[in-house]
Each structure stands twice: as C-alpha cells, then as structure tokens.
Design a protein. Structure first.
Length: 205
C-alpha cells in the first residue's frame, strides 16, 4: 500500500525587504533601521566627501542617518526607495556648510592651476597632468560660481548618480525644473571648458 503523501506547499520566493518595509519594521524594532544604514551609508558618505572635506563628511554622514531615523515615520511609502530621501537630507545639511564647500572648490581651483615642474624623464606625463589640472581648475571655478540650487542639481546627478526623478524627490522640486537646470548648467560648463564635459568623460554631455 502506498502512503498518501502530500507534497509540501512551496512558498513564493521572497527577496530582501524593501526600504519602505525596513522603515516600517523599524517602528516596532528600531534595530531594523541598521539595515538601511548598511545599505546606504558608504554611498552617502562618499557623496558628502566629494562635496566637503573628509572630517565634515564623517560628521554629516552620521547626522544624515540620525535625522532619517528620527523622521522615519514621516517617510511616504509612495516615494519608493529611501535613497533619494537620504540624499535630500544630505543636501540640506550641506547647505549649512556652504562655506566649507566653497573653500574646497577654491582650494581645488588654486592647486589645480598651480604650475607643475617637469620631472626628468617624465615630461609627457607631467604635461598631461598639467593639462588635466588646468581643466579641473576651470571646472572648480565654474562650480564655485554656480547658484546653490543649480550646483545641488548638478552634483546630485553627476556625483550621486541620481536620476531626474530622484533629484526632484531629493530636493522637493518639479521634475521639469531638474531638467531645465541641468541643461542650463551643462551648457554653461561646456562653453567654459571649450566643449569638454569632464563630469561625463566626453565632449558633449
């Protein structure tokens, strides 16, 4: 006699929890917010480090996640991923440290424009480095002169890698505003750099 055995029902495959699910879970178990931290801390810290100095980035990266933890109940699940929200918090904190960012750009402009002396046997390498330095100096000067809102849109896109939708979410501005600002700023940078766009690695952006 054959036993009547019922095959166990297979549960649908479950991937890792979404950002919104983790935030909701952290209402009851605050330690679950640590998974949001693990997912995005390195990325947010790197973005802050590129715009500010290392010490300020160290301080602000922690503050971004502390702010997000305190405000996690205000996050709208309809917004989808938490990533643009975190970049928005980071950008708001950068606004409080505009002088630090301006000093960094000014220092980059000065150091990049400084003439390098040829080293024996490495003339071609030095010439290439000087050319790159001159371009970087012009770029730093143009970034320094941009209005704060235009610089935020550009660097969220170029350094953070955010889409137009994500930039709009991060800054709380219309999608169309993101596109118009990026178009205007890129045209200005290309004109200042002789048609080159070092932010995209090409001659047109």
């Amino acid at each position: 006699m054959t036993a009547n055995m019922t095959a166990p029902r297979r549960l649908p495959h479950q991937g890792p929890p979404s950002d919104a699910e983790l935030l909701e879970a952290s209402y009851r178990r605050p330690d679950r917010f640590g998974e949001i931290y693990d997912r995005y801390f390195a990325e947010i810290h790197a973005y802050l480090g590129r715009r500010l100095d290392r010490q300020t980035a160290d301080d602000l990266a922690s503050e971004v996640f502390l702010t997000a933890f305190r405000k996690r109940r205000t996050f709208d699940r309809e917004r989808g991923e938490v990533r643009p929200w975190l970049y928005g918090i980071a950008t708001n904190l950068i606004a409080l440290h505009r002088r630090t960012e301006t000093r960094k750009l000014a220092a980059l402009r000065r150091s990049s424009a400084a003439e390098e002396r040829p080293e024996h046997g490495h003339e071609e390498r030095v010439i290439s480095r000087v050319d790159a330095g001159n371009e970087q100096a012009r770029l730093a000067a143009e970034l320094e002169a941009l209005p704060d809102g235009d610089r935020d849109v550009l660097l969220l896109s170029a350094l953070g890698g955010l889409s137009h939708d994500e930039v709009a979410t991060a800054l709380g501005i219309p999608y169309g505003t993101v596109g118009s600002r990026l178009s205007r700023v890129r045209r200005k940078l290309r004109a200042a750099l002789g048609g080159a766009n070092p932010l995209s690695g090409g001659t047109d952006g």
